[in-house]
Ligand binder design. Structure first.
Ligand code: FES
Length: 275
């Protein structure tokens, strides 16, 4: 559509009742592509994650393979069901016999689920509320996020703090991935790089968070009176602009990291040492 003259005259109540108009939108572009791609991508990723979390096996590559690689979904491995070597000194919940990946599903999973950007993405794609700008809702009612159950989305700020703890743990895992027991002590393998990139992307995701930018400086009324917060805000703002891209990339990479370690641990592939 280049000009308004290109539009066929239609009877439509622009800005009218949600889900009400017979004509859903005047847009002529392929507005449905983004929600459709989001639906496919998230369905594939979430299905894989659900399977990986409950498989409760093949998440650690240890000394017998001269490596120290643990899946990001199973770290910290602090339960009695952890495979030997995967938990180090962190084994605390001896009574816990189901998958230790429940922790990652609850905390980093909750952090992503309540993320402002992902909310927009899955509201548009799965809930169609609305599917795109200037396209009518798929529903006749919308009660917003100020009442049950969506009011719980406001927990995002608390998940942010908890997710930082996981970032620290997964950074330690990335450092531990340089260990090559029985192969000279330390080195770099593909698995090492996978976990290092994973940790870097998770930090980028947390630091580009909208709440992070707000808490670090966005809420300040007078930057001249808060120079440190101003510098923080200046540092975080360009990252925040890229939050959408970082969100997708880090989600893909953390899933890929689990898959890579799972393939190595189950013997499907080996983890080549680079140097
Ligand atoms: S807004 Fe996406 S992680 Fe906070």
């Amino acid at each position: 559509m280049s000009t308004l003259e290109d539009v066929e005259p239609v009877s439509v109540n622009l800005g009218g009742v949600r889900g009400g108009p017979d004509v859903r939108t005047l847009r002529r572009d392929a507005w449905w592509r983004f929600p459709a791609a989001t639906t496919v991508f998230l369905t594939v990723i979430v299905t894989y994650l659900a399977w990986a979390i409950f498989q409760n096996a093949y998440y650690f590559v240890g000394a017998s393979a001269h490596r120290d690689l643990i899946s990001p979904f199973y770290s910290p491995c602090i339960t009695g069901s952890c495979v030997p070597g995967a938990h180090g000194t962190f084994l605390v919940l001896h009574w816990w016999t189901i998958t230790p990946a429940i922790f990652a599903a609850a905390i980093p999973g909750g952090f992503r689920f309540t993320c402002y950007y992902y909310r927009k993405a899955y509201y548009r794609s799965f809930w169609q509320a609305p599917p795109a700008c200037a396209v009518a809702d798929g529903h006749s009612r919308y009660t917003g996020e100020s009442r049950f159950p969506l009011v719980f989305q406001n927990a995002h700020r608390y998940f942010w703090f908890l997710a930082l703890v996981f970032n620290v743990i997964l950074t330690i895992d990335a450092v531990m991935a340089f260990r090559m027991p029985g192969q000279g002590g330390i080195g770099v393998s593909i698995g090492t790089l996978v976990l290092v990139v994973n940790a870097a992307l998770l930090w980028a995701y947390s630091l580009s968070c909208h709440f992070c930018r707000h808490a670090c400086g966005g809420h300040v009324n007078q930057f001249s009176k808060a120079p440190v917060r101003y510098r923080l805000w200046k540092f975080l703002t360009p990252l925040n602009h890229r939050h959408m891209e970082i969100a997708w990339l880090s989600l893909f990479w953390v899933t890929f990291a689990d898959l890579y370690i799972r393939l190595v641990a189950s013997g499907w592939i080996s983890d080549p040492k680079l140097f």
